[in-house]
Design a protein around this ligand. Structure first.
Ligand code: SAH
Length: 349
């Protein structure tokens, strides 16, 4: 099988070129072409023709295709559905804020975590994304939209810590000074709580923000809506968060989707406040996005207000996330799911 050239760092590319009997400086040229979105060795016009042919024999290159692109009329949020080389599809969302443009990338095709409120996990996990496929989500979103990406959130389809090595390599690539050069402080990685990996992540000593999708502060509620909690539990999650914070000095944020009648009572608010203070976490509240296949509904405005007040009175640092792109299916897995369903409907006809 041919190697994936877009997953190599410049220093590794140099080694490959030395192996092919080429001077090192070619590596820089190739890395620059790849960074411009060139996905055809024939277009790398400053390389000798025989080298271009040789590269095409040794390496494969693929350019993701735009299967669909939706632009929100409300806030300009752009949602892409990309077709990968094997026909699978993943979503990427570009959101514009005052402080810059944020891209929300997928890390897997599908997901095996089974969260009860989430659309991404409905068909299970199909496969991991490769490092270059994740990088391409950022690169081609920027090139297609013309918006310079300054922030990345790993909050699209998939569980990043379930695809650990590829996600780590993606981070190295996107952070590289000769590449997109996006600083780790501008990157957030979101997890449903794969605690076994928190230590490995802390070992990397990255300056990124770790977001934990908590969604419930007690085992009874959390295990009901998040199978990842079963066999791990909230106490272990809190210990892992505290360890991570102590080792890295980086404050964790808790994601909390407010679900009507499920996790939005006074009891939940008080326990959440305690948990957040235990590990010095910031709390990010979001009203649940209703997913057609799921029975859950977002909390009422009144319940959200009361919930926020309890957290604030307890001195917890809390923000409510603005919903962007509500008219373009811009939440986890909704667009991919919609296209899947259209396919299912066609097959059924
Ligand atoms: N697997 C990772 C990252 C992907 S999901 C994780 O679990 O964190 C990004 C965030 O969106 C997570 O916090 C996830 O729980 C949340 N989410 C999923 N479905 C949602 C929905 N219908 N409404 C609101 N948030 C949702």
């Amino acid at each position: 099988m041919k190697k994936d050239i877009a997953a190599l760092l410049p220093e590794e590319l140099e080694e490959e070129l030395l192996r092919l009997g080429q001077p090192k400086f070619r590596a820089k040229q190739i890395f620059a072409w790849l960074g411009k979105g060139v996905r055809d060795f024939g277009e790398m016009s400053n390389l000798p023709r025989d080298l271009r042919d040789k590269l095409a024999e040794e390496f494969h290159l693929y350019r993701p295709k735009v299967l669909s692109k939706q632009v929100s009329r409300i806030d300009g949020t752009i949602k892409y559905l990309w077709e990968l080389w094997d026909g699978n599809a993943v979503e990427t969302v570009v959101m514009s804020y005052q402080h810059g443009n944020t891209v929300c990338v997928s890390s897997q095709v599908g997901c095996r975590q089974g969260c009860a409120f989430c659309a991404s996990t409905i068909g299970g996990l199909v496969r991991n994304l490769t490092p270059s496929e994740i990088l391409d989500e950022v690169l081609f979103s920027q090139l297609d939209s013309g918006k310079t990406i300054s922030n990345i959130v790993l909050m699209g389809i998939g569980e990043p810590l379930d695809n650990f090595d590829n996600v780590m390599r993606f981070l190295e690539l996107v952070n590289h000074p000769q590449g997109m050069n996006i600083g780790m402080r501008h990157i957030s990685l979101s997890t449903c709580g794969i605690t076994e990996r928190f230590g490995d992540l802390a070992d990397r000593d990255l300056q990124l923000t770790l977001s934990v999708s908590l969604h419930a502060p007690d085992d009874e509620t959390r295990s009901k809506i998040m199978p990842a909690n079963r066999g791990r539990g909230v106490e272990l999650l809190m210990d892992s968060c505290r360890n991570y914070f102590e080792r890295t000095g980086r404050r964790i944020s808790f994601e909390y989707a407010m679900i009507d009648g499920v996790n939005d009572t006074e009891y939940h608010a008080r326990l959440l406040a305690k948990r957040a203070k235990q590990v010095s976490a910031h709390v990010n509240l979001i009203p649940l996005n209703h997913v057609e296949e799921r029975q859950f509904q977002p909390s009422t405005q009144g319940h959200m207000k009361a919930f926020i007040k309890i957290l604030q009175d307890e001195g917890v640092n809390v923000t409510v996330r603005r919903r962007l792109g509500s008219d373009v299916d811009a939440s986890c897995g909704q667009l991919r799911r919609k296209i899947q369903k259209q396919g299912e409907a066609r097959e059924g006809n």
